[in-house]
Design a protein around this ligand. Sequence first.
Ligand code: ZN
Length: 126
Amino acid sequence: MATGENPTVLMCFHCGNETLMKKLATHTIKDSDKIGMDDFGDPLYVVDFVTTWDLCLCPVCKECTLTKEEWCSEDSPFSPGDKIILFPTIKRNSGKIPLKIHAAYEAALRVRRIDGRSAHCHFVEL
Ligand SMILES: [Zn+2]
């Protein structure tokens, strides 16, 4: 694990803000597959697989987010790997809550840690 990595912009699912987060720790695992074999027993080419986990700190609510990003050397060098958020667990609107109410709830979450009174006003307006 390394510390003090570059900050990254992420959506914080604790407080709902998309913000610049400080990387507290990074862990990377590299693996490779040897493809084919030439007359000398050497692989024709090698495919690399890289998985990186980042632990990031939200400056707004001081909670941590854990992400996982996977990359393969067969992918385009110009496109980043797929990054998913492992923690906190993301709760999506299942369709049972009307969109207007769900959007207002998410807006209230965004301001909850900044201004508790403002968050209260969003709920009251519903
Ligand atoms: Zn946050």
